[in-house]
Ligand binder design. Structure first.
Ligand code: EPU
Length: 335
């Protein structure tokens, strides 16, 4: 276990916010996580890839950085392969690794920032695929009992950007390994999104391979989502709200081009559209801003503080509620 004192977290969160940890502890195995928990109890913050947090203050106490690496095949037959990924593995690099072996399932989830261990927490999703579609199980440490856990698909209660780890298990578990099920043949490719179709048509690809779909997704994401290495951000800052059908109908009546999709308990509408319509796209307050190409993404032009970004997000929430009667909710964890 490596321990660093009074350490800046700037390089460990994709917003690039310069807040400090009183102690930053790097755990490189499940046993190190367990040892830490047995000695010190729960840390103030468990840090994965830092791609879904907004730090608004220094962390007075311990930050446990999960730095567990490894990619293992744990089951294989003629059709499928199960791969077990360390929680500290970079998500996109793991995606590329699976594709380079000819395995499919993660192509639509290419270029999502963050690490493998946090992927189940918010059930990462893009272009018609969510983590739950490939999920087998995950293991880790239960912070209360200080014991190992192993949870299967049905235990996790996946929903839209949601799981048990944001519900009853919130702050109660540290994921150390994730196992995913990929296909070796008879792939179930999802290319129905218009943007994917456009990319493939432009490249004159009629029957895409998983790798070609990944390339298309990378190109789409690069065209509208900022690269955190160049412009601090944490992807979609807000969730797409699920609203009652009556409200959705009223809004679509007023704004026929508002994107609106069926959801289990109402209609899901595009928060990016609402924010753009309200005039926030490209808006900037100091170094905190709304991305010029995707209004759902807040960006740090350099020296924004977490509080400045939080204030901006709150102004947007208030304005959207006033204009459309829709309450936006942050997707990002606020600290
Ligand atoms: N839209 C606008 N203006 C904007 C942004 C979006 O009008 O500034 C409209 C688009 O034209 C489109 C609709 O809203 O009709 C949806 O936009 P888009 O396809 O860009 O996706 P999104 O709903 O804004 C979600 C995810 C993304 C994911 C994409 C693609 C959430 C909160 N976000 O964004 O995930 O990549 O779909 O599947 O569900 C993330 O979670 O960090 C993330 C980037």
């Amino acid at each position: 276990m490596i321990v660093q004192i009074n350490q800046s977290l700037k390089k460990l969160n994709t917003f690039g916010i310069d807040q400090k940890a009183e102690r930053l502890i790097w755990a490189q195995s499940t046993d190190e996580v367990l040892d830490y928990i047995k000695h010190y109890d729960a840390p103030k913050l468990v840090l994965g890839g830092g791609s879904n947090i907004l730090l608004t203050k220094n962390i007075e106490g311990d930050v446990l950085k999960i730095d567990i690496h490894g990619r293992k095949v744990v089951y294989e037959d003629d059709d499928v392969v199960h791969v077990k990924l360390g929680a500290g593995e970079n998500w996109h690099e793991a995606v590329l690794w699976t594709l380079s072996r000819g395995w499919a399932g993660l192509e639509n989830l290419s270029l999502i920032p963050g690490n493998c261990g946090t992927a189940p927490v918010q059930n990462i999703g893009a272009y018609g695929v969510e983590l739950k579609d490939v999920f087998v199980s995950c293991e880790g440490i239960n912070l209360k009992d200080k014991t190992h856990f192993n949870l299967a698909l049905d235990d996790i209660k996946f929903g839209y950007r949601d799981s048990i780890f944001k519900g009853v298990w919130k702050n109660k578990a540290i994921i150390t390994w994730v196992t995913l099920k990929l296909t070796k043949r008879n792939h179930n490719l999802k290319v129905s999104y218009g943007a994917i179709q456009n990319e493939l048509t432009q490249a004159e690809i009629l029957e895409p391979t998983p790798k070609e779909i990944s390339n298309a997704i990378i190109s789409i994401r690069e065209s509208k989502l900022p690269d955190p290495a160049k412009l601090g951000n944490s992807g979609s800052f807000f969730k797409n709200p699920i609203v009652p059908a009556e409200l959705a109908e009223k809004l679509v009546g007023q704004y026929p081009d508002l994107p609106c999709y069926d959801a289990a308990d109402g209609k899901k509408i595009a928060a990016g559209w609402l924010i753009e319509k309200a005039g926030w796209k490209g808006h900037r307050e100091g170094d905190a801003g709304v991305h010029k190409k995707q209004a759902l993404v807040l960006v740090n032009y350099g020296k924004a503080t977490g509080t400045q970004l939080l204030t901006l997000s709150q102004k947007i929430i208030t304005d959207i509620q006033e204009k459309f009667e829709v309450l936006l909710e942050a997707e990002v964890n606020l600290l």
